[in-house]
Design a protein around this ligand. Structure first.
Ligand SMILES: Cc1cc2nc3c(=O)[nH]c(=O)nc-3n(C[C@H](O)[C@H](O)[C@H](O)COP(=O)(O)O)c2cc1C
Length: 206
């Protein structure tokens, strides 16, 4: 079993990464593999809505999004981490996820997902809600913890001193591992994903 941990901080191995590492270590204790993918500091293109991905099966921009989607095809779960930027998710991760889900949501469907956010002080709930929207439109069961998934700090050291935040990350990892094992047990017992009907899109116009 493998969980992809997407680090949406353009600053790399800092606060969000530290929280994701806590999760990775805890998943390992449960025998669950993980891989942290950094969106990086390079520019991430936003979705221009050209819909060329519908026929091509991938985004025409080659900046890591397609590689991430391919990794998700064989992964069992996804955890997205982001720093809080102006009470929302980072611009980098928003652009990244808009394109990943628009071009490749089939790779994520039915797989458990969770979001975590790192902030200095405020805006965590709004950013957390924003990230969960990608999962709730993609038939993904959301994994929770005993608090909203946030850590506080401006440096990795401060994050590690956020005792409650770290426990929230550890319990999230426990719950992710538990659900992955339940899903596997279900598959072994012959329980498959529900058949999905073709999507009805009305655009509210009759
Ligand atoms: C552009 C920008 C906007 C930010 N906005 C907020 C904010 O709204 N609320 C907050 O608490 N921290 C804010 N911060 C601080 C970061 O969220 C915080 O330091 C976070 O832990 C950094 O995570 P990282 O080290 O993984 O990038 C902001 C930082 C930047 C660079």
């Amino acid at each position: 079993m493998k969980v992809i941990l997407l680090n949406g901080s353009p600053r790399g191995k800092q606060c969000t990464y530290t929280a994701l590492e806590v999760i990775a270590n805890r998943l390992k204790e449960h025998g669950v593999d993980s891989e942290i993918i950094n969106v990086g500091a390079k520019a991430v293109a936003g979705c221009i809505g050209c819909a060329s991905c519908v026929s091509a099966g991938k985004c025409f921009v080659d900046d890591g999004v397609n590689e991430f989607v391919e990794k998700m095809r064989t992964a069992d779960g996804l955890i997205v981490g982001s720093p809080v930027h102006y009470a929302g998710a980072s611009g980098h991760v928003t652009s990244f996820l808009d394109r990943a889900f628009y071009s490749g949501s089939s790779a994520m469907q039915g797989k458990p997902g969770a979001a975590i956010v790192s902030c200095r002080r405020g805006g965590a709930s709004a950013a957390f809600d924003q990230l969960n929207k990608y999962f709730t439109i993609s038939n993904m069961p959301i994994i929770s913890s005993n608090y909203w998934n946030q850590v506080h700090g401006n440096t990795p050291e401060e994050v590690l001193r956020d005792e409650e935040g770290i426990q929230t990350m550890e319990i999230l990892a426990d719950n992710m591992a538990w659900i992955l094992k339940c899903i596997q047990a279900g598959k072994d017992a012959g329980i498959e994903l529900p058949q999905r009907p073709a999507k009805i899109k009305t655009n509210y116009i009759r």
